[in-house]
Ligand binder design. Structure first.
Ligand code: AKG
Length: 211
């Protein structure tokens, strides 16, 4: 696997999975997302001085394992809005994370996949810049798997194009970098996702150690 180091401790690899494997993982995520209780939903965000009840920027959001709630920015074993436990992380996802870490951060041997945030960006949806700091260990890598369209990924003062079927991982000195993504470009759907997602759509799964 060819990893590009975008800055110290931030790596990206393109064409990560074989086509059929990427497709079956994407289909499984969509299947989990169809569930009315545990699947994709549009959570509320913390109120701010402009909105009493703002919504999370991505209207199809799902948590696996520990549930990160955009309302309080905390991780929970059960979802606050319905009291249910989220789906567990699929075994293939946990295994992929350990493969990624063995190649990029081999010294993080005790890393645990405790939560996955699944953001399904429908056409035009994007994520503003932020820092992931709600997890306890501010060096433990965050791993992001990408399906569907290409978007621009912003980090620190730089940016690059991030296609479907790519993986990124940032940890150690890059763990608290600011980052965000633009909307997926039209006509940029990765061929693995064609027929499953639409042009302009993108799914990102970030896996984290939380406790
Ligand atoms: O969609 C992405 O690649 C970014 C997701 C992200 O910033 C996050 O989950 O913290």
């Amino acid at each position: 696997m060819k990893w590009q180091e975008r800055c110290a401790d931030f790596y990206v690899a393109e064409d990560y999975l074989p086509r059929e494997v990427a497709q079956s993982h994407l289909l499984e995520i969509l299947r989990l997302g169809e569930d009315k209780q545990r699947g994709f939903h549009h959570p509320h965000l913390k109120p701010n001085r402009f909105h009493a009840a703002p919504r999370y920027p991505v209207d199809h959001y799902m948590g696996l394992g520990l549930y990160w709630d955009p309302l309080d920015y905390l991780y929970h074993p059960r979802m606050l809005h319905n009291g249910l436990e989220p789906w567990p992380l699929p075994q293939w996802l946990v295994k992929l994370c350990h493969e990624v870490l063995a190649q990029t951060f081999p010294h993080h041997t005790n890393w645990r996949a405790e939560a996955a945030l699944v953001n399904y960006y429908t056409t035009g949806r994007k994520m503003g810049r932020h820092v992931d700091k709600e997890e306890k260990d501010h060096r433990a890598p965050v791993i992001g798997f990408n399906f569907g369209g290409t978007c621009r990924f912003y980090y620190n003062d730089e940016s690059f194009l991030l296609p479907g079927n790519s993986v990124y991982v940032f940890g150690d000195s890059a763990r608290l970098m600011s980052h965000g993504v633009g909307a997926a470009y039209k006509k940029s759907l990765s061929w693995e996702s064609a027929g499953i997602l639409k042009e302009g759509e993108r799914i990102n799964i970030t896996v984290r150690q939380v406790t």
